[in-house]
Design a protein around this ligand. Structure first.
Ligand code: CA
Length: 234
């Protein structure tokens, strides 16, 4: 099984919520570790190297936003799912370079959390997304085996979600994808999220790869529809 033994860190100060998530992840075959604070989470990430972090925003000490940013400084490959309270600004959660892969609004169904984690994990093994190991496009290059992305031969750190998006684009130059198509291709048909999620990931990706993010030359906006990767390499 793809999720067998995959290590998940739950960072949440409320023990009842932590236990509740823990039980549901364990039933589904994940290995679960817990942290009660952001500081503890960062230490556990360093020691135990989980593949996935379920991270509450409201924590004593440093908050979930700060923890997310600190994780991303050194570990772009970790899957981060934020837990938020209703009313917290989605832009702050997904945007501003925080680098979370997904978020859930409390109260949530733990089965939905499990479904989302599985969807994120499935992306890298989705046969519909299979592509060549290395693809070059002008000065850009992706290497699927190592999950690395390069611009001018310099590696640019991408999150797992950003890598999946750019992998689809670079394997389909000139093809316009609707937001729904991208959402389904990357998060799976069982994803319950909002298509705005696609926009925030695209925005962040542009900031990382474009020479001028406000006038993008790789990822073009197809007005009222979605996005398209530039047809001609430069
Ligand atoms: Ca909390």
């Amino acid at each position: 099984m793809m999720d067998e033994g995959i290590k998940v860190l739950i960072c949440e100060d409320e023990s009842s919520i932590r236990k509740f998530i823990n039980i549901n992840l364990c039933i589904n075959g994940f290995t679960v570790i817990e942290a009660e604070s952001g500081e503890e989470a960062l230490e556990m990430i360093r020691v135990h190297k989980p593949m996935i972090v379920v991270l509450d925003v409201m924590l004593p000490g440093i908050d979930g936003f700060e923890v997310c940013q600190r994780i991303r400084k050194s570990r772009s490959e970790i899957i981060i799912i934020m837990l938020t309270a209703r009313g917290q600004d989605m832009d702050k959660i997904m945007g501003l370079g925080l680098g979370a892969d997904d978020y859930m609004v409390k109260p949530f169904n733990p089965l939905e959390l499990v479904a989302r984690i599985k969807a994120i994990l499935r992306r890298s093994n989705n046969p519909n997304l299979q592509s060549k190991d290395r693809v070059k496009f002008g000065v850009l290059e992706i290497d699927k085996k190592s999950q690395k992305f390069y611009k001018d031969s310099r590696e640019i750190d991408l999150t797992p979600t950003e890598f999946s998006i750019i992998n689809i684009f670079m394997n389909n130059p000139g093809k316009a994808f609707s937001r729904d198509e991208l959402l389904n291709a990357i998060w799976g048909q069982d994803y319950f999220g909002d298509v705005k999620t696609v926009d925030v990931h695209i925005r962040r990706l542009r900031e990382k790869i474009e020479d001028n993010p406000s006038s993008p030359s790789y990822i073009e906006t197809v007005w009222g529809f979605g996005y398209r990767w530039q047809e001609e390499s430069k």
